[in-house]
Design a binder for this molecule. Structure first.
Ligand SMILES: *[C@@H]1O[C@H](CO)[C@@H](O)[C@H](O)[C@H]1NC(C)=O
Ligand SMILES: *[C@@H]1O[C@H](CO)[C@@H](O)[C@H](O)[C@H]1NC(C)=O
Ligand SMILES: *[C@@H]1O[C@H](CO)[C@@H](O)[C@H](O)[C@H]1NC(C)=O
Ligand SMILES: *[C@@H]1O[C@H](CO)[C@@H](O)[C@H](O)[C@H]1NC(C)=O
Ligand SMILES: *[C@@H]1O[C@H](CO)[C@@H](O)[C@H](O)[C@H]1NC(C)=O
Length: 350
């Protein structure tokens, strides 16, 4: 009885091993697409990194396939394609060939500086994408507005490229989008006011991340952002002007990190109600005026608060004396510890 059970188990086991290894070849249509992608790039890369045609294509470097046995129609469909850290990979993004991977959910180009040219229009066909990363490449041209038509998109990372033009307003459309990182490009124009306006906080996703640092964006921080649950917000090193209250103010907001450094923001900080949970704030190198609200000294999660190189005035809240002086230097008339300048007597302050 026990021996028969063991035999049955062994049989099941060997069957499933057979199934697993036998199932690694991808769908014929996807294999055709992968071979076309392979043909588009330089041979030196392919000989090194992509296995021979004889190997099952789900085993190829950078490929992931759908392995859920219940979804048998998707069996062996390529769901993820990644090109990682390869200086030998050169040429344009082979859009037509990649578009042949009709079940693709994740597309990633990361640290492939030889990949250049625009983001091709043919990628618009990848309507099932949940994650698109093209980062640290030579890709240039505009951010195509079709990215906003990817209704399942959750993460968009197009940082460290040579992208130009404006941020398309269509990026406000994907309802599940929670990460937009367009940092370190040459983007111009203003920030689309409705970005993340469809986001609804849930137990799974409490907030969103917007990173637009190191571009040449102008205009102001949209007033609509006051209603967005940002966890991280970084627009440092742009040409933004006006008021930052839409992202800085609101006690109950979940915001954790706010970096607005090196812009041209100009507003009165006295009335800003910093969020209770704020952790890291860099407002350095702007034209912010008024005073630092007393409440900032009481924010228990605060790890960094850099307001250097602004036009602030008045007494530093006592709780901020634990930070070093470089966080407060170069302002109009801030006083109190850790600054050397002592404040005038209490009576003259009020
Ligand atoms: C890139 O090319 C060089 C020279 O042809 C080779 O030595 C190196 O292994 C290649 N790197 C990769 C990741 O294929
Ligand atoms: C940034 O944009 C401004 C106009 O808003 C322009 O004058 C400036 O030359 C641009 N700088 C770069 C580095 O592109
Ligand atoms: C900033 O606003 C406060 C009131 O919130 C006001 O008392 C103060 O004069 C303003 N400072 C400047 C420089 O406008
Ligand atoms: C900061 O905390 C101190 C001591 O807990 C309290 O007396 C003060 O009212 C608080 N200030 C603000 C602005 O919340
Ligand atoms: C605050 O920002 C200034 C200006 O960018 C910088 O010099 C200083 O080191 C920063 N302070 C800290 C503590 O990071």
């Amino acid at each position: 009885m026990a021996a028969a059970g063991l035999l049955l188990l062994l049989h099941l086991l060997s069957n499933s091993i057979f199934l697993a290894s036998g199932s690694k070849d991808c769908h014929a249509d996807d294999k055709t697409a992968l071979l076309a992608i392979k043909a588009a790039f330089s041979p030196s890369y392919l000989d090194m990194s992509w296995l021979s045609d004889a190997a099952p294509c789900c085993d190829w470097y950078g490929i992931e396939c759908e392995h859920d046995i219940d979804i048998d129609r998707s069996w062996g469909r390529v769901t993820s394609l990644a090109f990682l850290r390869d200086a030998n990979l050169t040429g344009a993004v082979p859009g037509d060939a990649i578009a042949g991977l009709t079940h693709l959910q994740e597309l990633l180009f990361f640290k492939v500086p030889g990949v250049s040219g625009p983001i091709p229009d043919s990628l618009a066909k990848l309507s099932g994408l949940t994650s698109l990363t093209i980062s640290r490449t030579g890709v240039s041209g505009a951010i195509p507005s079709f990215v906003g038509s990817f209704t399942k998109l959750q993460e968009l990372r197009l940082s460290f490229n040579s992208l130009t033009g404006a941020i398309p307003a269509s990026l406000a459309a994907p309802p599940q989008l929670i990460v937009i990182d367009l940092s370190r490009n040459r983007l111009t124009g203003s920030i689309p006011p409705l970005l993340f306006s469809k986001f609804v906080p849930s137990t799974y996703e409490s907030g969103v991340y917007l990173t637009l640092s190191h571009n040449n964006l102008s205009g102001s921080i949209p007033a609509q952002f006051a209603a967005v649950s940002f966890l991280g917000f970084d627009v440092s090193r742009n040409q933004l002007t006006g008021d930052a209250s839409p992202v800085l103010s609101g006690r109950g907001r979940p915001v954790v990190t706010v970096n607005l450094a090196r812009n041209r923001l100009s507003f009165n900080m006295s009335g800003v109600e910093f969020p209770d949970k704020v952790n890291d704030v860099d407002l350095s190198h702007n034209a912010i005026y008024g005073g630092i609200p007393a409440r900032v000294g009481n924010l228990t999660d605060l790890q960094q608060f850099n307001v250097s190189y602004n036009r602030l005035c008045g007494e530093l809240p006592a709780g901020l004396s634990r930070f070093d002086v470089y966080n407060f230097q170069h302002n109009k008339c801030l006083c109190g510890a850790p600054l050397a300048a002592a404040c005038a007597t209490a009576s003259s302050r009020h």
